[in-house]
Design a protein around this ligand. Structure first.
Ligand SMILES: C=CC1=C(C)c2cc3[nH]c(cc4nc(cc5[nH]c(cc1n2)c(C)c5CCC(=O)O)C(CCC(=O)O)=C4C)c(C)c3C=C
Ligand SMILES: [Fe+2]
Ligand SMILES: [Fe+2]
Length: 351
């Protein structure tokens, strides 16, 4: 019996068939996070750190000065040291790197939730700025399928040139290499987005329902060099804005919370106050119970699971603290997926 082929539309005629034989998506949403090594080994960590720390958005030193220092002095030691830390948080049975596993889960859930919200023909994928799966490879796949509209959603609620701008640079450089470039939209930041703040508040209140309220809630953000802020990076201001909104939702008075900055790299001054010394000081002042939340990290990762929940916890307890309770990142919390869905719906309106 002769079969009638569906009449090709302008789009499907141009599009390469997708692997599952599904029609090509109309719109691609890319959840972008920092990146992670492929394995918790010195060799894999070295590859990842070399790419990451060679990005001029991340380290602004002249390459002729920085590259020899990085390759000869920093990487050999740091790769070994970091690999040992990655080993402590690696999930061999569950996606390896927590950062990658959670970002993939967020993409999968968001795809379903957008479909339920009535957004048709949308594909949602997870990608990493450094290492695998890469941003360019995904944009290239969509381009080959004829996807003409792509939304970049960096999983950094607060904008920084060191993170968000680097994602955007990479996507623009890729688009610049195309004769028939797609439409690109970007979510620059969502530090004061009501859905994001509500998700953080929900996460915290659920934690308090189980454990009760602490004496002090510490909100710890990843740091950046202080001179970046002096030169105009709005990151610090956005961190303070998110913190104030979260405190307001939780009904906290200024004495009941602190904003701190973690993960300092190198010897330059970074944003202050630093997280670990703040926790040590609180313990010395007689504070017995603290909760710590990392509002700037969309997913748990090395910097939260190892640095905060192991190292900083240890430091607080060693200085006289009694209870250190880490509040997990937003990860796959439904309130967070709902906030991401609303961000996507707003940024793809009339598309
Ligand atoms: C100059 C160095 C760094 C800047 C600036 C920086 C900014 C920055 N980073 C994140 C988020 C993450 N960073 C992570 C790991 C990480 N960060 C740095 C250095 C800088 N970050 C290093 C060297 C590392 C690797 C680990 C280590 O060796 O200590 C991660 C976790 C990755 C993982 O695999 O789990 C995240 C996430 C933000 C948000 C930010 C600026 C706002
Ligand atoms: Fe970092
Ligand atoms: Fe760290």
């Amino acid at each position: 019996m002769p079969t009638t082929a569906p009449r090709p539309t302008a789009r499907s005629a141009a599009a390469a068939p997708s692997p599952a034989g599904q029609p090509a998506p109309r719109l691609g949403v890319l959840l972008c996070n920092l990146g992670t090594p492929d394995a918790p080994t010195p060799a894999a960590v070295k590859r990842y750190l070399a790419e990451f720390l060679s990005d001029p958005r991340v380290v602004e030193l002249p390459p002729l000065l920085w590259q020899p220092l990085l390759r000869l002095a920093i990487l050999p030691l740091r790769a070994k040291e970091s690999a040992r830390k990655y080993e402590k948080i690696w999930q061999p049975e569950d996606g390896g790197s927590p950062l990658l596993a959670y970002t993939r889960k967020q993409a999968l859930m968001l795809r379903g939730w957008l479909g339920e919200a009535g957004l048709r023909g949308v594909d949602v994928q997870a990608a990493m700025r450094y290492g695998q799966p890469g941003i360019i490879a995904q944009l290239e796949r969509w381009h080959a399928q004829g996807v003409e509209k792509m939304l970049l959603l960096p999983l950094y609620p607060q904008y920084s040139a060191t993170t968000t701008a680097s994602v955007i640079d990479q996507a623009h450089a890729w688009a610049g290499s195309k004769r028939n470039m797609p439409e690109l939209r970007i979510v620059k930041h969502y530090a004061d987005d009501a859905g994001y703040i509500a998700a953080l508040a929900r996460r915290t209140l659920e934690h308090w329902q189980t454990h009760g309220r602490p004496e002090v809630l510490v909100m710890s953000y990843h740091g950046i060099p202080a001179r970046n802020v002096a030169k105009g990076d709005p990151y610090a201001q956005q961190c303070q804005r998110s913190a104030a909104l979260l405190a307001q939702q939780l009904g906290l008075q200024p004495a009941q919370y602190r904003v701190t900055f973690q993960s300092r790299f190198g010897r330059a001054q970074w944003l202050q106050p630093y997280t670990q010394p703040t926790l040590e000081q609180l313990a010395r002042e007689g504070v017995k119970t603290v909760d710590l939340i990392c509002p700037g990290f969309a997913s748990d990762c090395l910097e939260t699971l190892e640095e905060i929940d192991m190292e900083v916890r240890q430091a607080f307890l060693a200085h006289g603290g009694q209870e250190f309770r880490y509040i997990p990142c937003l990860n796959d919390h439904p309130a967070w997926i709902s906030a991401l869905r609303d961000l996507v719906l707003r940024h793809t309106a009339h598309w």
